[in-house]
Write a protein that binds this ligand. Structure first.
Ligand SMILES: *[C@@H]1O[C@H](CO)[C@@H](O)[C@H](O)[C@H]1NC(C)=O
Ligand SMILES: *[C@@H]1O[C@H](CO)[C@@H](O)[C@H](O)[C@H]1NC(C)=O
Ligand SMILES: [Cu+2]
Length: 473
């Protein structure tokens, strides 16, 4: 189920609640029509049963222990700037820090004192349509996820007090020629890039409905470019310019933080590409941590324009309004998520990896300064590639693509599906390593999937059809 398909999924059950957001019935119908061809409810059926988390007393106590610090945020009189913990890019951690982080995640996953386990207990909140609707598509997106990340971070700290949440700077991959061979997709970092995740720190993980984590790196979506972030920060006059204002503000050309974030979910593919399944892959939290960093930079930019990011909450009615309770964290109001205190009191961000100041290796053995796609004349930090990257053979990519097409076909908010789709076309050739029936299956899956087919350049399409014809498919 792709990102945003929740919209369709949730319409019957939450429509009455959506009304107060004034989403016109008409636009809902347009949405339905636009996407009905793409939708496939397969992956959601099993989640329906587990989407409501019943909390026992034990579970409530645990949640309270996690949220205690968050709850007290308003009572601290003195704020010592820079006294919080430091969030670093995953490749900037020492080996020891990275080992501790992965261990703490696994300790949460192994701890079944709450149901089904501590990690999934937190992730399951992101599968509930009521919660998800109130924390996406509008101005609460930024503040809500900031608090959600803190909840996981405090859980990690209960397992190992020295662990902080790292972020994944996906703009590094965004500058690579071929990000599918980035060091990230090795057992030392996140494990497999394609198909089921069988290696690395999450190699044995399953979701509560018994599925392995899946990825399909770079097949759809797009990564955040440094220049896009910088442009957004320069151009934003206030938060209203960069946040959505409801379902019907979602367009194909919007320049919002949430849209940028959607595209990265799609780019990772598999588990991460579904709004309701994404949080089962721990990469979710590192991705959102980077989104939160971008927001922090944007807030600095607003301050320089004499806009106070704490009080600059877009005019909104309904449950994403400034003064409405923050859903799931209803001891807070939505506008509390925009408070400066979170980054003053709780955490700060380490500098993004950079080549300036003579840090030859970007202060990481996994990064190096090199010419990049967007700025070939300049050097920027870019990820090392690895011979140990898992499963990038054409056959594996083919299987992964088929699986993603079959199980998670949906709308995609990017006009240009990237070159990996074009790469798949190369498999549709007489010299392909695939069997004839595999070639035929792949070709027809692409043809039958409008949002994939439509995003392919016209010329490539013609080539595809000619090639299929000449192969007698
Ligand atoms: C979690 O459980 C797995 C599988 O039983 C085990 O291999 C791993 O060492 C455990 N990790 C932690 C941190 O408890
Ligand atoms: C954001 O800026 C625009 C343009 O200056 C303005 O029209 C709008 O009212 C501002 N929004 C808020 C919430 O201040
Ligand atoms: Cu989310």
């Amino acid at each position: 189920m792709y990102w945003l398909s929740l919209f369709i999924f949730s319409v019957p059950t939450v429509y009455s609640q959506i009304k107060e957001l004034k989403v016109a019935k008409k636009s809902e119908e347009i949405w339905n029509k636009q996407f009905e061809n793409y939708l496939n409810f397969h992956t959601l059926e099993s989640l329906m049963d587990i989407k409501t988390v019943e909390t026992s007393e034990n579970e409530r106590n645990w949640l309270q222990s996690l949220d205690r610090g968050i709850k007290n945020f308003r009572h601290k009189r003195q704020i010592h700037s820079g006294s919080g913990f430091l969030r670093k890019e995953i490749r900037m951690l020492t080996l020891e820090e990275r080992r501790r982080f992965f261990n703490a995640l696994n300790a949460l996953k192994n701890d079944t004192t709450v149901t089904p386990n501590m990690y999934d207990f937190i992730a399951l909140f992101h599968t509930r349509s009521d919660i998800v609707r109130r924390s996406h598509f509008g101005p609460s997106f930024l503040g809500w996820h900031r608090i959600y990340l803190l909840r996981l971070e405090f859980a990690l700290k209960q397992k190992d007090a020295r662990v902080s949440l790292p972020y994944w700077d996906s703009s590094i991959e965004g500058e690579m020629e071929d990000a599918t061979i980035s060091i990230l997709w090795t057992p030392s970092f996140f494990g497999n890039a394609f198909n089921e995740v069988e290696r690395g720190p999450f190699g044995h993980w399953t979701t509560p409905d018994g599925q392995r984590l899946r990825r399909n790196i770079g097949f759809l979506g797009s990564l955040i470019r440094r220049s896009d972030i910088e442009g957004m920060i320069v151009n934003a006059r206030n938060h209203s310019d960069v946040v959505r204002s409801g379902f019907d503000s979602v367009t194909f050309s919007e320049s919002t933080i949430e849209a940028e974030h959607d595209n990265v979910h799609a780019w990772v593919g598999g588990t991460m590409s579904g709004l309701l399944t994404a949080a089962f892959d721990p990469l979710f939290f590192l991705h959102h941590c980077f989104i939160d960093l971008i927001w922090e930079k944007l807030r600095e930019g607003l301050r320089q324009k004499n806009v106070d990011p704490e009080s600059d909450y877009p005019d909104t009615i309904g449950d994403q309004a400034a003064g409405s309770p923050m859903y799931l964290f209803d001891f807070l109001r939505n506008i509390d998520g925009y408070s400066d205190r979170w980054t003053r009191q709780f955490y700060q961000y380490d500098n993004q990896p950079s080549c300036s100041g003579g840090t030859q290796g970007c202060s990481s053995e996994y990064l190096r300064c090199a010419p990049t796609r967007s700025q070939p004349e300049n050097v920027m930090c870019t990820s090392l590639t690895s011979n140990y990257v898992l499963d990038v053979s054409p056959r594996v990519r083919y299987k992964s693509a088929i699986l993603d097409i079959e199980t998670t076909v949906g709308p995609r908010f990017t006009s240009s599906t990237n070159k990996h789709v074009a790469g798949l076309f190369k498999l549709i050739s007489p010299t392909s390593p695939l069997s004839r029936s595999e070639i035929s299956k792949l070709a027809f899956s692409i043809l039958k999937t409008p949002n994939i087919f439509n995003s392919i350049p016209e010329k490539t399409k013609q080539q595809l059809i000619i090639r299929m014809f000449s192969m007698g498919l």
